[in-house]
Design a protein around this ligand. Structure first.
Ligand code: DSN
Length: 497
């Protein structure tokens, strides 16, 4: 029998966030025990598998509560105080608060907090840059500067009249993102897309080589940012390169927005003063709800604000509320301590991995992520990812620069410390995690198949797997995920007992 009323004996001992979470499970279970069970099961899974996925984190229960409520009922197309729907006064206040808090947090003239994801934010940014910068003869002939008025043949005329619709972004294979011009992503259909990589000798961005490529390509947009590059980027240098070829510098800081907000990346390593347009997700190191955002100079603000209807559908007011809460959290001094701890942990993890014999790409890290080359173990990234997961650690396989195994099997593992740092882990725990990873990797072998050696199947020695699992479990019991959530009461509320 499901409990649908709030009568936990320990209720008064629970935080407001935990009480809300418990009450939510009860409310959900009253309609769908299956969904309630899956939510509680996710908590159990996260409590039993150490999260090293570089793009994930654990947001606060305040962020979660701001997201789970009646704001989801509201349509609010448009921007604050200028909507296509009636009755948006409260959404106006929320979006304006999120917007202003983001501007203050990152010190940028304008913020657009509606994008539903980082990919959406990038699309909004691309169109805003195109719409702002295109002054093609064809545009004048068409007698409008409003891209929304243009038909398909009009766009074709504009495309043909422009010699400068090129996007130059970091190659996916070097650590860039799909939306930065990858051939299977719409970004490479919108633009004539070109890529830059890393130096074969250092695996680092070679700015002189990038300047040479930019001179050849003469892009409209130079795009900096990454999903799997473990080092800082010199954005002052990036801006110089962009200016020298008349390009707009756009930075996708999705992975390291928390390190910018927390003032770990300052001076020439902070993209915000250098890039005219900055995009981000809000759920990685920034530790907010799943979503996206665009920050920009005044010049691009008008077009960025046309993200809906140009690219997006109606905004998600509940997620904008959660973004406002997360930005306020990230404005606190303790967030800066957290951001510094992420990088310290990542550097401790990287050093400990090297000490355990692992090959770390670039030899270390400046940010929240570490890229490990698993080829010395004779296995693929895919085998390594599965073996490690079997031993209680969740992370993802990733290509390393010049990867012979391609993006499906890969030769690398990408590790991030944002989530374990949120749990409170520090240097000693990073050393322990490195030793667990080395134990698993050095005891994993590929399976043979009829047609040769598998790139997916693997074998981990049961003794090593048992020891690794026990060590991972010990860490998780010392640092429980969402420690304030009462698992027994949640299980009971979801009808799991
Ligand atoms: N999927 C994200 C990542 O893991 O880096 C980026 O979109």
């Amino acid at each position: 029998m499901l409990q649908t009323t709030f009568e936990s004996p320990a209720a008064e001992a629970l935080s407001a966030g935990a009480q809300a979470f418990l009450a939510n499970i009860r409310a959900v279970a009253a309609v769908s025990p299956e969904v309630a069970r899956a939510i509680v099961q996710e908590l159990i899974d996260q409590r039993t598998n150490l999260k090293l996925i570089a793009s994930e984190n654990y947001c606060s229960l305040a962020v979660q509560s701001a997201m789970g409520n009646l704001l989801t009922d509201k349509y609010a197309e448009g921007v604050p105080f200028k909507r296509f729907y009636a009755g948006c006064d409260n959404v106006d206040r929320i979006e304006e608060l999120a917007r202003q808090t983001a501007c203050k947090l990152f010190d940028k003239a304008h913020a657009y907090v509606q994008p539903h994801s980082g990919a959406d934010a990038n699309l909004v940014a691309f169109w805003a840059i195109l719409s702002t910068k295109i002054e093609a003869p064809a545009f004048k002939e068409l007698n409008t500067t409003d891209p929304n008025q243009l038909s398909r043949p009009d766009w074709e005329k504009i495309r043909q009249s422009l010699g400068n619709q090129r996007l130059l972004g970091m190659d996916l294979s070097a650590g860039g993102h799909l939306t930065h011009g990858y051939r299977r992503n719409v970004s490479s259909r919108m633009f004539d897309a070109y890529g830059y990589g890393v130096s074969p000798s250092t695996n680092l961005i070679d700015y002189d080589e990038l300047q040479r490529i930019a001179n050849d390509v003469r892009p409209l947009i130079l795009l900096a940012g990454y999903s799997a590059y473990p080092r800082k980027i010199n954005f002052a240098r990036m801006r110089e390169i962009a200016d020298s070829v008349g390009a707009v510098l756009m930075v996708d800081m999705a992975h390291f927005a928390g390190l910018v907000a927390g003032k770990v990346f300052t001076g020439e390593f902070n993209p915000v003063p250098y890039a005219q347009v900055v995009t981000t997700t809000t759920h990685k190191t920034l530790r907010g709800p799943r979503g996206g955002m665009v920050l920009c100079d005044e010049e691009f603000a008008e077009q960025v604000d046309k993200g809906c209807p140009l690219v997006l559908g109606g905004p998600l007011p509940h997620v904008m509320a959660a973004k406002a809460v997360a930005f306020l959290e990230a404005s606190r001094p303790e967030f800066s301590d957290y951001a510094h701890a992420i990088v310290k942990n990542s550097q401790s993890l990287s050093s400990a991995l090297v000490a355990n014999g692992c090959k770390v790409v670039t030899g270390g890290t400046d940010n929240h992520l570490v890229l490990v080359d698993v080829t010395p173990y004779g296995i693929t990234g895919r085998q390594a990812e599965s073996a490690v997961r079997e031993c209680g650690i969740t992370l993802n396989r990733n290509t390393i620069p010049f990867d012979a195994n391609g993006p499906w099997y890969t030769s690398g593992l990408r590790l991030g410390t944002a989530a374990t740092t949120t749990l409170g882990m520090r240097e000693a725990e990073m050393k322990e995690i490195a030793s667990i990873l080395a134990l698993v990797l050095s005891n994993t072998t590929p399976d043979k198949t009829d047609s040769g050696t598998s790139k997916a199947k693997y074998h981990v020695s049961p003794d090593a797997a048992g020891r690794a699992r026990a060590k991972a479990q010990a860490l998780l019991s010392d640092y429980p995920v969402y420690a304030e959530l009462p698992l027994d009461a949640l299980r009971k509320s979801a009808g799991m007992d």
